[in-house]
Design a protein around this ligand. Sequence first.
Ligand code: G3H
Ligand code: 13P
Ligand code: ZN
Length: 307
Amino acid sequence: MPLTGTREMFARAYKEGYAVGAFNVNNMEIIQGIIQAATEEQAPLILQVSAGARKYAGQAYIRKLIEAALSESDLPIALHLDHGQDFDICKDCIDGGFTSVMIDGSHLSYEENIAVTKRVVAYAHDRGVVVEAELGRLAGVEDDVSSEHSIYTDPEQAVDFVQRTGCDSLAIAIGTSHGAYKFAGEAKLDFARLEKITNMLPDFPIVLHGASSVPQEFVQMANQYGGDIGSASGVPEDLLRKAATYGVCKINIDTDIRLAMTAVIRKYMAENPSHFDPRQYLTPARDAVKKMVQHKIRNVLGCSNKI
Ligand code: G3H
Ligand code: 13P
Ligand code: ZN
């Protein structure tokens, strides 16, 4: 099955109140674990590639790995650029066969964000590619994200931004953050703000970044076997499930993949000190990615059997 875009995926997700998982991919085992999970769940899928992933694996390698997965899969799969920092990286990915790109102008002024997003949208739409943009800024890991703060997305501005840029989906800031240390105190998302945005932009797909849940089983396992991940915490699964019923059609997960692999590899290494074949520890790591992603799809995102 060839790569697909996200338009139809999001239209159905919006209508039926679930979200499609957007998982960051960096190597073969991660791609395989995710594809195996989505295949068993018969779920639509977004595989996303960051600038860091392109640098680590090389765009050609990632493309070929995904091509191999597609040749064996009957799932609708979109290939998405995560956090494109400027027009050039978006153009490069569009020219390289991505079906979706994110232009992340959230570090720019409002007008500059609009200008670069419009430019990417014009280039992408001419080539049948969809564009995710970002408005507002996700809190830093150290920030108190449970309080009201100006970095949260302004609903009125969101309407203006979408109308002026023509973007296809919008990443918003309502309290999530990237990485493994999201909440110092109680985990909270600003659902009133999300609801306002959704009401003002009916049928428009909203994206949630920084949506890993940081499963404590992995934190404990990593720490038990020599890690020092400390008091990591993520977005509770029930809040993500709720967000998926409020117009959030795409939920981004990267940290949980990293944690699953690292915890299992640490355990394997500690229990098998004489082993040195990477296939021996990458096999349980790949299985852990599969199990974790399958759980998300089925119990958190709600997108099983939606192809
Ligand atoms: O939002 C960022 C993603 O987790 C990608 O992270 O830039 O380290 O690949 P990365
Ligand atoms: P996490 O760090 O919560 O996994 O977020 C990933 C993300 O938003 C990728 O764009
Ligand atoms: Zn992100």
